[in-house]
Ligand binder design. Structure first.
Ligand code: ZN
Length: 487
């Protein structure tokens, strides 16, 4: 197997990837809270972890990829007070919370499919795992790291920190947190502001609630990921992913919960993708720069010049390393659009090269360079740059300025198919008429060729001129006539 190195947020350095139970790999990624349409902020983790999923599978690992759907417990502002995001939407639209969750989960999956991300192996719902969450809260409480106030259960961060280390992932420490939150919120039930809810007693107006040993209530936001990752991947698994905005408090709290219950740190490699900004600004509803994926694909948003193909969006995301910030603009998207076109065109050109007796391009070294890029913490921009270097050579070979043997042409086709379509997950726009169109063009070019052989120049010129009117450009080369659709 290739030597893969990944950047681990825990420890902040690159480490050799060695799965806990090779060749099995367990990967958990925090999924969406389904109360609105997916936006470009959702596209980045989806594409990032899809690349990781695809590459690990390509390397021969047997990957179980779990991405949850949060349909309960995520309160406004991400804190312990405030209205549940899904319940609020349900109230405003006079629907059942589960109708909201079902509607937006369905639309999320369509968007993910458009981006050509593979479905996760398991997509568990938080509301479908209430029993597991209650059991986990019991375990944490029995271990002595939780306290009960008025039917709600809170995690005792200070007590946990005496035994383990709270802040390990985010680099924050308790003294700092204490200094920042000296004034305890009025009427707060918590001992400290940095404590967090494991179970909340439901207020009478709260529509989503379940029976528990402590109260009729609902789970805290962080507990679902601990419960579901343990259930499907075990107490200690390989990869936990998400956006950097989730490092604190969400992932820090996940570690605290799992470790206090299971007495073992839950995750070997923490992988976090950076954020997307829009024209240099953070995306937010208040800044009025909120762009959903449906907006992007349809062009229906005043900040967009036009509609963008999902593959353009995917390519745009992959052109940056997942740990670098990525700025979204019409200009950048249009550059990505041109880039992906050039890449696909180069792959097509590969089919049209006449083989030579020798090659002046080292395909084996080229292949290794592609692997080296991804083996260095999934460096997709370096991979894409390498693929473009190859395209440059392919184009020069087509013009007779470089040579490739038939064997090397086959090998290059294999490399491009593997890296571009299987691993980067790009795909050409389906056009069922394309193949037929190719066949028709073949017939027309043959007729024109016959006319030329018979020195019937008026017919051959007429065919060429008429096709040009349809933006089909015919070029006569030594090997015969070729055609190209002009844009
Ligand atoms: Zn999570």
């Amino acid at each position: 197997m290739e030597k893969l190195v990944v950047y681990n947020t825990l420890g902040r350095k690159k480490e050799l990837f060695k799965p806990v139970n090779s060749p099995s790999v367990g990967m958990y990624v925090c999924g969406p809270t389904v109360y609105g349409d997916a936006h470009i902020g959702h596209a980045r983790p989806a594409v990032t972890f899809d690349l990781i999923f695809r590459y690990l599978k390509h390397l021969g690992y047997k990957v179980r990829y779990v991405r949850n759907i949060t349909d309960v417990g995520h309160l406004e502002g991400g804190a312990d007070t405030g209205e549940d995001k899904i319940a609020k939407k349900a109230r405003l639209e006079q629907l059942e919370p589960m109708e909201i969750a079902q509607y937006y989960s369905y639309r999320f999956r369509i968007n993910m499919d458009q981006l050509n991300t593979l479905p996760p192996s398991i997509e568990p719902l938080a509301s479908g795992h209430i029993i597991e969450q209650i059991e986990l809260v019991k375990k944490i409480f029995d271990a002595g790291f939780a306290y009960i106030v008025n039917g709600s259960v809170y995690f005792d961060v200070e007590k946990y920190n005496k035994v383990y280390h709270y802040g390990k992932l985010s680099g924050r420490n308790l003294d700092e947190l204490r200094a920042n939150t000296r004034t305890l919120q009025m009427q707060s039930e918590k001992k400290h502001n940095f404590d967090f809810a494991l179970w909340k007693k439901a207020q009478p107006e709260h529509i989503m609630h379940w029976t528990s040993p402590w109260s009729e209530g609902f789970p805290g936001w962080h507990i679902e990921c601990s419960a579901m990752s343990t259930k499907y991947l075990g107490k200690f698994f390989d990869i936990h992913g998400g956006g950097i905005d989730l490092i604190f408090p969400h992932h820090e709290c996940e570690i605290a919960q799992s470790q206090s219950a299971n007495k073992i740190e839950p995750v070997k490699y923490w992988i976090h993708n950076n954020m997307i900004t829009i024209n240099g600004q953070k995306m937010s509803k208040s800044l009025n720069n909120f762009i959903t994926l449906n907006d992007l694909f349809s062009g229906k948003n005043e900040s967009l010049d036009k509609a963008y193909n999902p593959m353009t969006v995917r390519f745009f995301i992959l052109q940056a390393h997942y740990r670098s910030p990525l700025d979204f603009s019409n200009q950048a998207l249009q550059a990505a659009e041109k880039g992906i076109e050039k890449l696909f065109k180069g792959i097509d050109t590969l089919q049209k090269i006449t083989p030579s007796a020798i090659s002046d391009f080292d395909v084996k070294i080229f292949k290794q360079k592609c692997y080296d890029a991804l083996n260095d913490d999934f460096n997709s921009p370096i991979l894409i740059a390498t693929l473009f270097d190859g395209i440059k050579f392919i184009n020069s070979a087509k013009q007779g300025k470089g040579k490739l043997t038939g064997e090397d042409i086959c090998l290059l086709k294999e490399i491009y198919n593997g890296f571009v379509f299987d691993i980067l997950g790009l795909k050409k726009e389906e056009n069922k008429n394309n193949e037929k169109f190719d066949d028709v063009m073949k017939i027309i070019l043959e007729l024109r060729d016959n006319a030329r052989k018979n020195k019937d120049w008026s017919t051959s010129d007429k065919i060429r001129d008429q096709l040009l009117k349809l933006n089909i450009d015919i070029k006569d080369t030594k090997q015969g006539a070729t055609w190209e659709l002009e844009k």
